[in-house]
Design a protein around this ligand. Sequence first.
Ligand code: NAD
Length: 726
Amino acid sequence: MTCITTAVDGDGICILTIDQPGRSMNVIDGAFAREFAGAIAQAAGDAAVKGILITSGKPAFLAGADLMELEAVFERVADTPTAALYQGFAGFSATLRKMETCGKPVACALNGTALGGGFEIALASHYRVVADDPGIKLGLPEVQVGLLPGAGGTQRVPRLIGIQLALPLLLEGRQLSPQKARDTGLAHAVVPAGELLAAAKAWLLSPAATATQPWDAKGYKVPGGAGGMDPRSVQTFMAAGAMLRDKTYGNYPAPAAILSCVYEGTQLPMDTALRVESKYFTSLFLTPVARNMIRTLFINKGKADKLSRRPADVPRNKIRKIGMLGAGMMGAGIAYVAAMAGITVVLVDQTQEAAERGKGYAAKLLADAVAKGRMTKAKADGILSLIQPTTSYDGLSDAGLVVEAVFEDRALKAEVTRRAEAVMPPTAIFGSNTSTLPITGLAEASSRPERFIGIHFFSPVDKMPLVEVIRGERTGDEALAMALDFVQAIRKTPITVNDGRGFFTSRFCGAYINEGQTLLLEGVAPALIENAGKMAGMPVGPLALADETAIDLAYKIFRQWKLDLGDSFVPGSGASVTTRMVEEFGRPGRKGGKGFYDYPEGGKKRLWPDLATHWPQRPADQQPDVEEVKTRLLYAQALDAVRCLEAGVLTTPEDGDVGAILGLGYAPWTGGPFSLIDTVGVARFVAECDALAAKHGERFSPPRLLRDMATRGDRFYPAPAAKQAA
Ligand code: NAD
């Protein structure tokens, strides 16, 4: 299989075009790495070749490492001696080093996005020219999957642009537009796409063409680095170290490894520095964090994006028009993302003014994009014109899908369902964006329950990548397939779950809030609860999350569930806190300006000081250890995820892990609740939960499914292969 075509033109320029067969994007895998090494060696050894030009035959240049292949390496990690792993990873880095020292000038013509190893090929080239397209992204995002750029990225970026600019790029995995890359000094030129190859070739044939890198010159010093670091660089390292502690609480080993790599690398010649980088890369590879993040955020997310759960026998569907009932916070957001995908939206609300306000939300987001140069005004106007605000349901007569996001009120949802179905074509489906009401019950208002489904978005819709698709008892395959096609069309990631109170995500989120409120009831200091949540890796503490999702909404939901279920409804141990917050103290949450926090106008939120009066706190020497609080918060949710799997709400751990991180920001370093349990070890997790249950209550008692798995020695994901006996 040929991944690279080689052609030497009449001027002696060897053009290497990367174009892997059977893939929409080029990636670095073993076959590519071998072929690339061979192509470079051949070009370097060919006396007729004066210079090397690297480009891609696909719209993107190269997307980075083949994560599926990396996952397979993870599978074998227990059988692979560390030295062999190191050799494997150092191989591609060594190829790039050979390329930059081969004695011939190398130009990289970046016709499209180049990330990770793709961008590292460019960085090792002597000249980088990029097509003038704002959609192109250049960068080293490895840190986001628990790794570091292992083919010279941590060494060449600081050498090219200095430590101060390099560290944020490497530590945050920021991606740059072509212009930004040129302004920062990571690209030499940006030219119109049609002139790209000519520009690269012109440089190769010009007197300016050089076959050396600045860092190989005698007496070279890393800008701000080697040879006695300048005070600003020392400050940068110190600030970066402090920022890391602040941001990661030690959950992520990659940023610290990147910092060490850059620091050590600045003191070393390039060849040694690259070996140091490979050593750090290997050490990160051996941590569970990288494996968990890659599996959930790329492999399993990728499968969800490709609609692996879609009923295969239903033909693909392209929805061109939707009806959106309710133009509030969620309806406005859904209208915007649909219009962005080229879908016409009839945006219905009770008054024309409310519908126009919903459209105004999209207008603002589009105006921002234009102001930031991410979109032309003409394109933004075209997108905005797809949203038709109205009070009339008439426009739904040719919609393929109608989504409702009216108030969380069963009777109201029933009314709008009936009104919409009276107009919708019989082939269309109806999706409810309810966050808590079971779909099967809502479908009772529908004359075609087989075409009724839950399509649950997250706020803010334009930013949140997940959509939870909920199958009611009577939802048919066609509705499921159409809903998934729609989610894919609007470029979101779907998980598919079965019906239940709060489905998966709302229930899972509730477990976190409930544990936070239970801790408050036990007299644990609110600041400790909140900090422990963040230290565990959650985006916000459980009390802050209760404020964000609205305490009064949770209160209404509890009351509704009590009405629906009577005595069989058992509220969580923290539910009394919610009730008092609403009934006694009138604190509805963030939207109402006061909840567990005060939200002073123009100021920073701060914990409500009266919490300590209403829920007396234990003396300081009786406060629990922060590690115990972290464990309780993470485990309470993980147990709830297992209960969802046991109850059939979730049908796979993959959906649970993807949904937990993408929908709710559940500590990404864990890879999600199921990955966390695997990492701890099922038997150990069960034992720890039993101990927590004895101390804090039955909610920590592990479900049957987990106990059985512990007995059998099972895991949720396949184990790395066992080490062979020597
Ligand atoms: P919202 O109060 O901001 O908006 C509701 C909108 O529905 C209002 O504009 C209201 O005028 C409109 N409406 C009421 N009756 C109507 C009718 N008969 N016809 C047309 N429009 C009508 O509420 P929201 O936060 O957008 O939530 C809407 C739904 O989405 C709820 O079911 C909620 O549970 C769910 N949801 C909310 C969130 C969230 O974070 N807010 C997240 C996921 C799901």
